[in-house]
Design a protein around this ligand. Structure first.
Ligand code: DC
Length: 218
């Protein structure tokens, strides 16, 4: 069974999806981390050369592994950590995620993972393109100013360097690229429940979504 939460960067999807999954005893799937892992290859292994990345993509292995209540993203046998959250990755990820070969590669890893367990997954195109038959779909939105504040806090809490204005500019650029790309753009599925988190606390976001799921399960 899969529940999808799509929306723009910083709308609160990942922290909410993680907590909702925890409440339900399900696993959490962070589809953005897969795009970030591929972007890590683009930056560090292929020196920003998209053709080389695409040519060699299938020689790499990417998977999601549920382990002790935590789901890891594994790239070529190594668990991905904060290196995939660094600004250089964030600045390049939308460009890499535009590519159809990359999207197929990531989708394959997701399809494989969800065969084995129940998931709450967050992303951009999960309700529209990847899991059109999901059990329940949500679309989370929030004002860009509040999203930049949240992203800044998330990065500094994780010990990463952060610049508020750069984060805000990057969010606006990513919103544009993610929403206007040709393949599987960020858009609300017609059957998704929209949640505007601008004025909501984290606990309220989690409660709203958990309640929707529980009432559908009963
Ligand atoms: O959720 P995030 O910020 O970690 O995602 C990083 C990027 O990955 C995002 O800017 C666009 C891309 N992405 C995507 O294209 N489709 C998804 N389902 C998830 C993420």
């Amino acid at each position: 069974m899969i529940v999808t939460i799509d929306g723009p960067a910083g709308s609160g999807k990942s922290s909410t999806a993680k907590e909702v999954a925890n409440n339900l005893g399900w696993n959490y799937l962070d589809s953005g981390s897969l795009y970030r892992a591929v972007t890590w290859l683009f930056v560090h292994e292929y020196d920003y050369n998209i053709e080389m990345l695409i040519e060699n993509l299938t020689t790499h292995n990417i998977k999601i592994e549920p382990l002790n209540n935590k789901v890891d993203t594994i790239l070529d046998g190594n668990t991905c950590g904060s290196e995939i959250r660094e600004q250089v990755i964030t600045n390049n990820v939308s460009k890499v995620a535009e590519n159809g070969v990359v999207r197929q590669f990531v989708n394959k890893a997701m399809y494989k993972a969800v065969q084995e367990a129940n998931f709450v997954a967050d992303g951009r195109d999960l309700g529209t393109a990847v899991f059109p038959d999901a059990f329940l779909k949500f679309f989370m939105i929030a004002d860009v100013e509040i999203r930049a504040k949240r992203r800044y806090k998330e990065m500094t809490d994780n010990g990463l360097e952060a610049d508020f204005e750069e984060i805000k500019k990057n969010l606006q650029e990513r919103d544009y690229i993610d929403s206007n790309r040709e393949i599987a753009p960020l858009t609300k599925a017609s059957d998704a429940i929209e949640i505007d988190t601008t004025g909501l606390s984290f606990a309220e976001q989690v409660e709203t979504i958990t309640k929707h799921i529980q009432s559908r399960l009963n």
